[in-house]
Design a protein around this ligand. Structure first.
Ligand SMILES: N[C@@H](CCC(=O)N[C@@H](CS)C(=O)NCC(=O)O)C(=O)O
Length: 352
């Protein structure tokens, strides 16, 4: 038997929840291990994020966007990333939405309910080997909450977004097994990050899902135990109203906040961006709104890199640009001004 891949992640981790279904769908022979901090730091030159994959040859992969691209390149069958231009762009849109906007929702639900605040540090502690370590991880993670624009004023709007999204997803999954049709894709994996890693794991939202979104629960289980050989085709641009409703919700609620990250990065880059250098992780506060409720977010350069990837997926194609505009996502295509690239596990300003 070939050497297994090594997968380091955690059950309650958003981004582990995204990667695991992809690895299973690709039918990789892997072994899951608890994250080994010093080893990860040594392998990545100090970038401490999970999940991490180590290939049978000993290469290290980090950042789920890069990892899923690498899996697709190395193991093209069964395919996970659609090649139809609109399906491809929509997959990247779901990835941007789930990875970078939906943190606002899954961090609100994880840290906003007393039942979860009581449970999650214990779950972290059991995983990390000591209750105090669980509390330390919980303190570090919950400290991100204000910078995501979560506060007393925005919480009702965040909850309303979640309610509407669950309704839209349940209507879609009642008719289609996956977001893009009869085959699982990058879009499902991306949304599985918050849906498995946070919402399905945490007490309050698990109950909410069981009581109000049964089709979504079935989708979560289906994606986590994928049977690729029994799957069919993607929509190839012919989207049913149930998917359009989800895309319009992304345009309505997530696009202004994602656009604010891009604007914050552009403002910072003007005068601060140096070719070959890593931009600051946080590039300043930006005012934005969620459902007309004003809030402030800490803009992240990493989101600018993700916006740039969506722009590349649109690639000036009329069909894609028109679709994104129709769903309210046209502003996401704004020119970032400065090109970012990834090197040695870090986003850097492109130096040609
Ligand atoms: N862009 C990364 C993000 C990974 C990430 O944020 N992982 C979280 C756990 S879900 C983490 O390790 N956070 C550590 C920290 O923020 O200190 C990816 O897509 O893999």
């Amino acid at each position: 038997m070939s050497q297994p891949w090594i997968f380091m992640g955690g059950d309650r981790s958003h981004f582990t929840g995204k990667l695991r279904p992809a690895v299973r769908y690709k039918q990789i022979h892997y072994t899951e291990r608890p994250p080994n901090g010093p080893e990860i730091m040594r392998r990545t030159g100090g970038v401490m994020f999970v999940p991490v994959l180590i290939t049978p040859e000993g290469d290290t992969l980090q950042d789920t966007t890069v990892m899923i691209d690498a899996l697709e390149e190395r193991i093209p069958e069964p395919p996970l990333i659609p090649s139809h231009p609109l399906d491809y762009a929509v997959s990247r849109l779901f990835e941007l939405f789930a990875d970078e906007f939906f943190l606002m929702v899954d961090m609100r639900t994880r840290w906003g309910y007393p039942e979860n605040r009581e449970e999650v540090p214990r779950a972290f502690g059991a995983f990390a080997g000591a209750l105090e370590r669980g509390h330390a991880i919980a303190d570090r993670m919950s400290a991100y909450v204000p910078g995501l624009g979560i506060n007393d004023a925005t919480i009702p709007a965040i909850d309303a977004h979640l309610r509407d999204l669950l309704d839209a997803l349940d209507a879609h999954f009642a008719e289609h097994p996956f977001l893009l049709g009869d085959r699982m894709s990058l879009a499902d994996c991306a949304l599985m990050g918050p849906f498995y890693g946070h919402l399905y794991m945490d007490r309050v939202t698990r109950q909410l899902l069981y009581e109000t979104a049964m089709q979504t629960c079935i989708w979560i289980e289906r994606c986590n135990r994928p049977v690729p050989e029994s799957m069919g085709a993607w929509f190839e641009g012919n989207y049913p109203p149930t998917l359009v409703r989800i895309l319009e919700l992304i345009g309505q609620d997530a696009a202004p906040i994602l656009t604010a990250h891009g604007a914050g990065f552009r403002r910072w880059a003007d005068g601060n961006a140096r070719p070959g250098a890593e931009p600051d992780r946080y590039v300043g506060e930006v005012a934005t709104t969620l459902r007309d409720v004003p809030t402030t977010i800490e803009a992240r350069s990493f989101v600018a890199w993700k916006l740039q990837r969506l722009r590349a997926a649109a690639n000036g194609l009329d069909e894609v640009t028109a679709g994104l505009r129709r769903w309210g996502c046209g502003d996401l295509l704004a020119d970032p001004g400065v090109t970012l690239t990834k090197r040695h596990f870090r986003v850097i300003v492109d130096d040609g």
